[in-house]
Design a protein around this ligand. Structure first.
Ligand code: CP
Ligand code: NVA
Length: 310
């Protein structure tokens, strides 16, 4: 593994596989109440500049289950880049903690933090990427489907941070992905270029369309996310109109395979990007996805901090 966990694009196939194998092991240990304190006395400082439920709680509890400690630093308290420069915060925190986690707006801030930190930095969501989410997602798909190669993942909605990290994961792991977004809301061009390059190596097909019906057809997985991400609240009304044809409802689900699963990173807005009957229905695996954040992140932490060998 690299020093930091910032993007799935940076990971080799074998490293992703290592995370998945350790996740299975840690999940089993957790279910069996077996001790797995691989990070005894290790610590992590967590910076959240945006709200969070799943990320914050799963990392805090995960670190505790591994025998370590995670402390939460709100932006208000530390004023990253305002009260003190990103570089100085990175150099200070890395003298106290064994890892630093950050959820922020600008992806460049994550990169800068990692540059000046002597300790591993974990990207817990930026405007560009959400790699911990995508790792939990592919782990969940593997659990539900048995294997990943050749599956069709349809992502319907905004070409956002979640979509970007899923593209990287799909390209590396052999999942074909069809993305349907309204015109002008497709994934970022730079990310697309990188993901397409990875896909070329693995023989994966990634298509970007503007038609949710074509995307959903015969899909094994249908995935959606909010139409307005954190920081885009002012655009929410405008987006509601633009995205209305991209709602995942039972009509769209009916176009997919009969055993298609529905996924959403949460939080969700019922009645917007997904109807209640779909997200609360039998095909939905959203809470398994949420649970797997805990297990997969414990694996990432253990590997980054050298827990099993240290
Ligand atoms: N999916 C996700 O990252 O949830 P939170 O924003 O609640 O952490
Ligand atoms: N795209 C969403 C994901 C939330 C977990 C956001 O950035 O707000």
């Amino acid at each position: 593994m690299n020093k930091d966990f910032i993007s799935i694009h940076d990971l080799k196939f074998a490293e992703i596989e290592e995370i998945m194998v350790l996740t299975t092991d840690l999940k089993q240990k957790q279910k069996n109440n077996e001790k797995h304190e691989y990070l005894w006395a290790k610590s992590m400082a967590m910076i959240f500049e945006k709200p969070s439920t799943r990320t914050r709680v799963s990392f805090e509890i995960g670190m505790w289950q591994l025998g370590g400690l995670a402390i939460n630093l709100d932006q208000e308290a530390i004023g990253l880049g305002e009260r003190e420069s990103v570089a100085d915060v990175a150099r200070t925190l890395s003298r106290f903690a064994d890892a630093i986690l950050i959820r922020t707006f600008s992806h460049d801030k994550v990169i800068e933090l990692a540059k000046y930190s002597d300790q591993p930095v974990i990207n817990a969501l930026s405007d560009r990427l959400h790699p911990c989410q995508a790792m939990a997602d592919v782990f969940t798909i593997q659990e539900k489907k048995g294997s990943l190669k050749g599956l069709k993942l349809a992502y319907i909605g905004d070409g956002n941070n979640v979509c970007h990290s899923l593209m990287f994961a799909a390209a590396k792991l052999g999942i074909n992905m069809v993305i349907a977004c309204p015109k002008g809301y497709e994934p970022n061009e730079e990310i697309v270029k990188l993901a397409f390059a990875d896909a070329k190596v693995t023989g994966v097909e990634i298509d970007i369309l503007n038609d949710p019906v074509v995307a959903a057809k015969d899909a094994d997985v249908i995935y959606t996310d909010v139409w307005a991400s954190m920081g885009q609240e002012k655009q929410a009304k405008k987006r509601q109109k633009i995205f209305s044809k991209f709602q995942v409802n039972s009509k769209l689900m009916d176009l997919a395979k009969a055993d298609c699963i529905f996924m959403h990173c949460l939080p969700a807005h019922r009645g917007d990007e997904v109807t209640a009957d779909v997200i609360d229905g039998p095909q939905s695996v959203v809470f398994d996805q949420a649970e797997n954040r805990l297990h997969v992140q414990k694996a990432i932490l253990t590997l980054l901090l050298g827990g099993k060998n240290g």
